[in-house]
Ligand binder design. Structure first.
Ligand code: MRU
Length: 339
């Protein structure tokens, strides 16, 4: 599988995920503005990868000849607004600005920032691997698992979050098949998750989003595993639009619903899901299919990128530090304090 982010001779390149699975093309991230552009235009996407890309973009900016502390703070503020829901972006920008405050003006600050970005990246890689180990223990033998959007290595290098759980459980011979919802309108499930499952040779079927309830009713789904973009302190979880619908369906059918995410996705400053900012994207992404307008002229769309699943619908939150169940403030606080 092509890596979503590459470092070559001190330069940073990201895989253009808009072109997958048909084309493998990398773009250089040589400045904070390149990072903003890549994140806002969904060249890179997925909460952990957005954070990692932002950190490298700011480090690249810091290494530019005319970088000053003031300019870097301004660029960091702009980058922080590239997409609103995934808190990993804010966590990465905050980590960069904290080293900037400490080391601003030092001659080798660019190098220091690049080293810090690489460390941040490596921590996320370690987290994604550990999530797989913790989560796989929850999966029962011979399971058919349903997943949504793309929470694989393309979104969270190097192992994914939800897909890290599924891959590890498959390695333990517990997964017989995976259903990946296409995930309208951006099709992360059909384009990206299917690409990853196919590369890993895991038996899978792509389903359209509105098939999930029918499969559950027929007893064809044993567990749902999804990623997250921001988890409030009480466990309410923002993830790709449509996740909440799946959680309600899973509860109705008595199917466990798991959220897999690194520690950086938990926002301890937010009490509950009502405070999570939800991205609203341009309706052209909804009204066009494969670049061609399908809706009649004059129709306008309403395209929220994410929804919030109530903590009470989530069986467990799987992190690199362990599993939180039941999902509530006490459990998440305990996990955060243990970090
Ligand atoms: O709009 P996207 O593609 O950035 O949304 C991605 C998701 O919703 C993922 O499920 C989430 O970021 C978890 S990634 C490991």
């Amino acid at each position: 599988l092509a890596s979503p982010i590459l470092l070559k001779k001190g330069k940073v390149f990201v895989l253009d995920q808009r072109l997958l699975p048909n084309e493998i093309k990398y773009r250089e991230i040589g400045s904070a503005d390149d990072g903003f552009d890549a994140i806002a235009r969904m060249i890179v996407r997925g909460a952990p990868l957005i954070g990692i890309t932002a950190f490298y973009a700011l480090a690249a900016e810091a290494a530019r000849p005319r970088a000053t502390a003031d300019r870097l703070f301004q660029k960091a503020e702009r980058l922080n607004s590239a997409r609103p829901t995934a808190v990993n972006l804010n966590a990465a920008v905050a980590a960069f600005t904290s080293i900037l405050k400490e080391h601003a003006g030092e001659r080798d600050f660019g190098k220091k920032a690049m080293k810090a970005a690489a460390e941040f990246h490596q921590r996320e890689v370690g987290a994604s691997e550990a999530i797989g180990r913790h989560g796989a223990a929850l999966i029962k033998k011979n399971s058919s698992i349903l997943t949504y959007c793309n929470a694989g290595a393309l979104a969270a290098p190097d192992f994914g979050t939800a897909l890290s759980v599924i891959f590890e459980a498959r390695r333990m011979k517990k997964v017989s098949r995976v259903y990946t919802c296409e995930t309208r309108p951006y099709l992360q499930g059909m384009r990206l998750t299917a690409f990853e499952l196919s590369a890993a040779k895991i038996p899978f079927r792509v389903i359209c989003d509105n098939t999930a309830g029918f499969l559950m009713k027929k007893g064809m789904v044993d567990a749902v595993v999804v990623g997250a973009d921001r988890i409030a302190l009480n466990g309410d979880t923002a993830n790709k639009i449509g996740t909440f619908t799946l959680a309600v369906l899973a509860r109705h059918h008595g199917i466990p619903f798991y959220v897999a995410a690194p520690r950086t996705t938990i926002d301890s400053s937010i009490r509950d899901g009502s405070q999570i900012p939800i991205e609203e994207r341009d309706d052209s992404e909804l009204l066009k299919i494969a670049g061609k307008r399908v809706a009649p002229r004059g129709a306008s769309g309403l395209y929220y990128g994410f929804d919030v699943t109530d903590a009470s619908l989530i069986t467990a939150v799987i992190t690199e530090k362990g599993v939180v169940t039941p999902v509530n403030r006490t459990g998440l606080r305990k996990l955060l304090e243990a970090v």
